[in-house]
Design a protein around this ligand. Sequence first.
Ligand code: NAD
Length: 242
Amino acid sequence: MNMPARLLIHGASGRMGQALLRLGAAEADLRLVAAVNGDGQAAGGHLPWFAAADIEQVPDFDIAIDFSRPEGLLPLLALCRRRQARLVSGTTGLDAGQREALTAASKHVAVLWAANFSLGVAVLGALVERAAAALSAWDVDIVELHHAGKRDAPSGTALRLAAAVAGGGGRPAVQHSLRAGDAVGEHCVQFSGAGERLELIHRATDRDVFARGALFASRWLAAQPAGLYRLEDALGAALRGD
Ligand code: NAD
């Protein structure tokens, strides 16, 4: 029998981190070994907690799952390289330098970053690209709604959907970001033609979908060589409907 993969949860006291600690603890083939957050203040789970400033002291791990802040990414990437550990990251709002650092690290270890870890959004991206190809003269608007605490706008998912529109040959998408209440995440891609409108909508109602997706991606990544991967690579068969 294979040993369980050892997980480090980075950003563990946040909304996503808490979901990962709860769901990850129930998986027999995964083992949570440490939690990192901004200040190192323990926030549940039967495992040691570390402040971001003390990240070098974490015990050995095989995969880091990161849902934190962009400024936490570079130290985590450096640690993953030194420990030869894989990285699954869903942190959004990364700047060009941070995205380049992901690419550079992926020459040495397996890295999977996704703006959105839900299967429904992965399918939405594929549908949007097809719609953009068929409706290339139509106006395109992307409307996204997230909880008031979300820092980046447009969301990482909205940017990926705009890239899908561009990939399909559609007109440049206009972004509209709403920040209100406790909304987990909604994305509507609206194609407007003369006398008709097509709307493709995804609504997440529970952030457990992202945590489950990240755990699924971790399991898949555990068997991959160094490289930069997308969630679509891990979902391959599910996306094709096999
Ligand atoms: P949150 O504000 O609730 O939690 C942030 C966590 O990061 C906290 O534990 C905090 O202590 C920690 N942190 C802050 N600075 C840090 C640092 N320098 N190093 C390490 N940890 C640090 O945020 P959240 O709602 O859990 O979201 C976290 C990130 O994940 C955001 O970028 C959000 O947009 C993204 N997100 C992505 C997906 C997806 O599917 N890709 C889904 C939901 C959220």
